[in-house]
Design a protein around this ligand. Structure first.
Ligand code: 13P
Ligand code: SF4
Length: 349
């Protein structure tokens, strides 16, 4: 059972407590136990494993952990899927994560609790438009973030996730390879600053991380001078500038555990607090402020698509074997090349 049920906003500007971890279906303990037991039984019957992202509901992360599945960042999710002998993978996250699993594991049935879970980066980078952009720079290789469709991965030279993006761009830059980066302009800008790669950037962003605001974060830092600031690189440049650590979700969890600071200000989806608090039970986790809180914000430090995964649609998916990821085989084969290059590159680090 998850003991962390609420997260306090410690800064004066937002002196409220919200039920972060239980904001989608809250089950009575006995009902939840029944659902978890059913999922365990179904996973065995179907020879399936759950692969969940840190931004999904704590219930989903918990059941993945309890059943020998995986909860991790997008690179580790891809690696875990590729190392499984099970016949079926249930990917609880957003669509590109399910597609990555299918690209790497064509022989496995890959299902998702919902196929409606999108990603603003993927949605704002249609393959046809990217193809036109690419034509403008024929001397450049195309490196795409994993948060893209199979069609986009199929036309890319490389796929990469945030956890190894700096290393990959450094590696390519050393070989004087010129690059087009898509789709996240903030991550791309951060990579340009870190590596001097001078990549041409596609113009899209994550609706969740876009909400973090540097001015209110600075105020919060001043109120908590002893806190370390952990920032996901999908955040705006001015927010990244205030970070002690910039990294993927797994890297932020490690930093929370390993840094000596008692308090952590965290600029990423607040569902990460479930695993972060488990990894570092004595630390005080403070949410970085978003611009839209209390207003008309549709994200507010929480990915609305990741939130679509829950125990009920996990059960339905397993029972009916529905929401299967299907990718045209020509596209998949091409996407495999760029995606597998990422997996192989990660092994060299
Ligand atoms: P990570 O690979 O760091 O988990 O990031 C995935 C993502 O979508 C963050 O918004
Ligand atoms: Fe996409 Fe942002 Fe959601 Fe991550 S948090 S899946 S980048 S919309």
């Amino acid at each position: 059972m998850n003991k962390l049920t609420s997260v306090k906003f410690l800064n004066e500007s937002f002196p409220k407590t919200i039920d972060v971890l239980n904001s989608s279906p809250v089950y009575d303990a006995q009902i939840k136990e029944e659902k978890v037991n059913l999922i365990k039984k179904l996973l065995k019957e179907k020879d399936a494993k759950i692969i969940a992202h840190y931004y999904t509901h704590a219930d989903v992360q918990e059941v993945a952990e309890l059943t020998g599945g995986n909860v991790s960042d997008s690179l580790e999710m891809a690696k875990f899927g590729a190392n499984q002998s099970s016949k079926m993978l249930i990917v609880a996250g957003v669509r590109f994560m399910g597609e990555t699993a299918k690209i790497l594991n064509p022989e496995k049935k890959v299902l998702m609790p919902t196929l409606k879970a999108e990603c603003s980066l993927d949605l704002n980078c249609p393959a046809n438009d990217l193809l036109e952009f690419r034509k403008k720079y024929p001397d450049r290789q195309l490196v795409v973030y994993a948060n893209t469709s199979a069609d986009v991965k199929a036309m890319a030279d490389w796929v990469v996730t945030s956890s190894i993006a700096v290393k990959l761009i450094e590696y390519l830059n050393k070989q004087k390879i010129k690059i087009i980066w898509a789709p996240d302009k903030h991550l791309g800008g951060y990579l340009n600053d870190k590596t001097n790669a001078n990549m041409k950037l596609w113009n899209a962003s994550c609706i969740v991380h876009e909400e973090f605001k540097a001015s209110s974060l600075l105020k919060l830092i001043k109120e908590n001078k002893d806190a370390a600031v952990l920032v996901h690189p999908e955040s705006p440049k001015e927010v990244i500038k205030l970070a002690d650590i910039v990294g993927s979700t797994s890297q932020l969890i490690s930093a929370c555990k390993n840094l000596p600071n008692k308090k952590m200000i965290v600029a990423t989806d607040n569902r990460i607090f479930y695993k972060m608090q488990k990894a570092a039970p004595t630390k005080i986790l403070i949410e970085a402020p978003t611009g839209g809180r209390g207003a008309t914000c549709i994200s507010c430090a929480h990915c609305p698509w990741m939130a679509m995964n829950n125990l009920d649609n996990l059960i339905e998916t397993l029972v009916e074997e529905k929401n299967e990821i299907i990718i045209n085989e020509d596209v998949r084969k091409k996407a495999f090349i760029s995606t597998n290059k990422m997996i192989e590159f990660a092994k060299t680090l």
